[in-house]
Unconditional design. Structure first.
Length: 310
């Protein structure tokens, strides 16, 4: 272990994400699903501070409702800290202070961003110098979205979503995010509901594919930096299940469509909604329109970098 970079307190910021494209394969024998995802990191961030402590502890606050966020070993960030300590043979602890801005259980990877930030913060705080590849390996042990939270930008994820390949995205894409004012949705429950809908052959559910893959048109639209073309090929296989579990989201999706969004979709497993717009001005207009309808609307853009030390 190197102590060259040991600090007293480390601040790391990590972004939330949007799944521009999310295809879900059939359920596997182990209960998981293979997926193909196009991730984009967006300018809605989680802030994590790490400081030396004899034990492992955490405090959580934020501009979003954090009532459902555990402050014990169920918290992914605390588990990330313990993984770094275990891997590096570090025998003391850490206190993590998390300030959340990404909706909790909202399908934007806020918990995964916390975990990615904790990995990077503890590595820097303790001077363990594990390196990017090892941090990515630890991230994959924590959850499918954690490796992308470290990487950021735009990327294609396959397998469980954690086998990442960076994707070229030209320019900037502007989104309006609408968090739900109701409780979050459980990702495992959304997947289970998708499986039930597929078994029942629901009319609006595509049958599962054996080998999920991202539509090449998505990659072409990203390379061209063309929001209008991207809007034609965004997809989320979890959307039908999320809308079935939370029918009230349909009205908000329709509002966004009527107010000029190029495309609207459930973000990840929901219930946060993401609306793609033609640019910054169009995003501002949509934000104002949705806010006037009584919805919380946030203008974000992507791609942005992954977890980084400030």
């Amino acid at each position: 272990m190197s102590h060259a970079h040991v600090a007293d307190r480390v601040h790391v910021r990590a972004p939330g994400k949007i799944n521009l494209f999310f295809q879900v394969g059939d359920v596997q024998d182990d209960g998981y699903h293979d997926v193909a995802s196009a991730y984009q990191a967006v300018s809605l961030y989680e802030d994590v501070w790490a400081e030396h402590s004899d034990g492992f502890s955490i405090t959580v606050s934020g501009t979003v409702d954090v009532a459902g966020v555990p402050a014990d070993d169920r918290n992914l960030a605390l588990r990330a800290a313990r993984l770094v300590a275990q891997r590096a043979g570090y025998e003391s602890g850490v206190h993590l202070e998390i300030v959340k801005h990404v909706p909790v259980a909202g399908g934007m990877g806020g918990g995964s961003a916390d975990a990615a930030a904790a990995l990077l913060a503890c590595d820097q705080l303790w001077g363990t110098d594990l390196g990017g590849q090892e941090l990515q390996r630890l991230a994959a042990r924590l959850g499918a979205d954690v490796p992308f939270s470290l990487l950021g930008g735009t990327a294609i994820g396959t397998g469980r979503g954690d086998q990442l390949s960076p994707a070229l995205a030209k320019g900037r894409f502007d989104w309006v995010i609408v968090p739900s004012d109701e409780a979050g949705l459980s990702t495992p429950e959304v997947y289970r509901h998708l499986d039930r809908l597929r078994e029942d052959r629901a009319a609006d559910i595509a049958p599962p594919v054996r080998s999920p893959a991202v539509d090449p048109a998505v990659l072409q639209a990203l390379r061209a930096g063309d929001a209008a073309v991207l809007a034609e090929c965004v997809r989320n296989d979890l959307q039908a299940a999320a809308l079935s579990l939370r029918p009230s989201l349909r009205a908000a999706l329709e509002l966004g469509d009527e107010a000029g969004a190029l495309a609207g979709m459930v973000s990840g497993s929901g219930p946060t909604l993401a609306f793609l717009t033609a640019g910054p001005e169009a995003a501002l207009e949509l934000q104002v329109s949705l806010s006037a309808s009584g919805l919380t609307a946030l203008h974000v853009h992507g791609p942005v970098p992954g977890a980084r030390i400030l």
